[in-house]
Design a protein around this ligand. Structure first.
Ligand code: ADP
Ligand code: MG
Length: 355
């Protein structure tokens, strides 16, 4: 879909910003450019829509050299989202979203209707459409930026650190929203970030850039974590990478132990040995009672839960964070499905290594 062929960029006089980049970006997938500051991510992204022209090499979109297409027409096929939302301060949210369709000649009423729908798509209340950008939180502004980029329904979305300026909690929400959106829209997304965790959460494939605009590795995120090609990538990926890589292994089929549980008012009949998992009225876990203690007021907070079919990382974290040493698996409705100890998860990991 988007192909870089031996692309280099040298700004006047300086060192190469991008060095002989060759890379194929898959249609309908999220490709992440990640790397430390100044390694040529933004330059590479902007060469796709000709905001920056390469010094040498070719970029093809659907087989056509972008240099042969008028820049304005090319950009209409690509949404662009930046770190600063780039919204026009004196226009309402709705008019900001409608900007590109209006430039494309869509009548005002129709462009506004579409903008209203896009507020739903990006998870914003419709009332916000009448506000001005300064009246929104940073996270809301970034959602508007995404809505605006989607307004002309372009097949390609270019996103340059769109979530870098918002706090970590909102950032994680925006990441999940983008993944949800992408499941519906299946755009070809090129996403730039300097954050390796964001890259591995979002990317179907991740391109790790090194200083000097050199592409160090281009692979699915699990492979970047498990098998960094060199010391630069290993250092950039950072600590805990073995543990983080477990996030890509499914816990489906992990054998669970039955849980000894007690709902409200059920303590009397509960066995007296071992840890007891307390649940609410519908069987969702609320905490643990230590061995021998059978007083609901002595409840100890539970660890993390893992949903059936989620990852081995979540299963192991659940076991390691549980006061009883047993991770709690829940079904899709949040009810207790069973327990798992860390050693069982580890045996499963070992089986995966040899099998
Ligand atoms: P990143 O997005 O990875 O932080 P950039 O693509 O912005 O990196 O920059 C790569 C290199 O090119 C840096 O050394 C930067 O200083 C330089 N650079 C970027 N834009 C320009 C420009 N317009 N003029 C001159 N040098 C630039
Ligand atoms: Mg940049």
């Amino acid at each position: 879909m988007v192909c870089f062929r031996n692309v280099s960029k040298r700004y006047s006089g300086g060192q190469p910003a991008v060095e002989n980049l060759s890379l194929d970006i898959d249609r309908g997938a999220i490709t992440v450019f990640v790397g430390p500051s100044g390694c040529g991510k933004t330059t590479s992204l902007r060469m796709i829509n000709r905001m920056v022209e390469p010094t040498s090499g070719t970029i093809l979109v659907d087989g056509t050299d972008v240099a042969r297409r008028p820049a304005a027409a090319l950009r209409r096929t690509m949404g662009y989202v930046m770190q600063s939302s780039g919204l026009l301060p004196h226009r309402t949210v709705l008019d900001n979203i409608a900007t590109v369709p209006r430039l494309n000649g869509v009548p005002k009423a129709q462009a506004r209707r579409r903008a209203q729908e896009l507020l739903d798509v990006v998870g914003l209340a419709r009332e916000l459409g009448r506000r001005y950008p300064a009246q929104l939180s940073g996270g809301q502004q970034q959602r508007v930026g995404v809505a605006r980029a989607l307004a002309a329904d372009p097949p390609i979305l270019l996103m340059d650190e769109p979530f870098s300026a918002v706090d970590p909690v909102v950032r994680a929400e925006l990441q999940q929203e983008l993944l949800r959106l992408q499941r519906q829209l299946a755009k070809t997304i090129v996403f730039v970030t300097h954050d390796i965790d964001e890259a591995t959460v979002l990317g179907d494939k991740v391109a790790v850039f090194a200083t000097g605009g050199r592409l160090a590795q281009f692979a699915p995120p699990a492979e970047i974590l498990r098998a960094p090609v060199d010391n630069f990538v290993a250092a950039f990926v950072g600590r805990d990478r073995g543990f983080r890589a477990l996030g890509f292994d499914s816990a489906a089929g992990l054998e669970l132990e039955p849980a000894m549980t007690a709902g409200p008012g059920e303590l009397a009949g509960a066995g007296s040995q071992g840890w007891l998992l307390l649940t609410d009225g519908v069987g969702r876990p609320v905490g643990w009672l230590p061995p021998g203690v059978r007083d609901r007021d002595a409840m100890v907070a539970g660890g993390s839960l893992f949903v059936l079919g989620s990852s081995l990382r979540q299963a192991l974290d659940s076991a390691l964070s549980s006061p009883s040493g047993k991770g709690v698996a829940v079904d899709a409705s949040g009810r207790v499905a069973g327990l798992v100890a860390a050693d069982r998860v580890l045996r499963r990991i070992e089986a995966g290594r040899t099998g």
